[in-house]
Design a protein around this ligand. Sequence first.
Ligand code: GSH
Length: 210
Amino acid sequence: MDQLYYAPGAASMLVHWLLIELDVPHELHLVDTAAGAQKRPEYLALNPNGVVPTLVVDGRPMFESAALAMTLADRKPQAGLAPLPGDPLRSDYVQWMFHLANAVQPLFRLWWYPQEAAGQANAELAREHVRPRIEAAWDRLDAQLAAHGPYLLGDTLSAADFYLTMLMRWSRNMPRPATQWPRLAALAQRMKSRDSFNALYAAEGLTEWA
Ligand SMILES: N[C@@H](CCC(=O)N[C@@H](CS)C(=O)NCC(=O)O)C(=O)O
């Protein structure tokens, strides 16, 4: 059975959501990130990066939430959350997964841990600079959905929409949350109406942005 090391609402949420959506048997291990459990030797032995998630598959610990999401979606092709190789939508899907992983998710790392990049003395300034970059990402994603929605792949739901929803959730307490963009708000609404979203919230004890 897959073992997920997670913290509520963290990047592990994408993997957890897909485990539920795809009905993959799994066991949860809570990592107390507030207490620094992700930096302890026993966790670093699983994931030397000291972050969540880690997914142990067949005894092998794997990391990187986007890669784990793609792996899970590919493992259950019948669910249709990843266009198959050869399908013209496959390259769009890979593009959006990489875009979210490389161009959007790292902005949230800068938003929450500005001192890592800029030092404690410049943390507020770094946040001021990253905020418009997150908002610009919402501009572009909203425009994509306006032209080719309602999902990132048009009419086809994919793992990329689960990923985008997690990232939108992360903006919920920002001055301009993603849901201030109308097509992003519509996508969030659709995704939140899935049974798997409710099951995820119950399993992680989440309440905000329900
Ligand atoms: N690229 C990694 C990033 C993971 C990440 O930054 N996780 C955060 C929570 S969202 C974390 O574990 N933070 C605690 C820390 O950095 O000590 C992924 O997507 O798996």
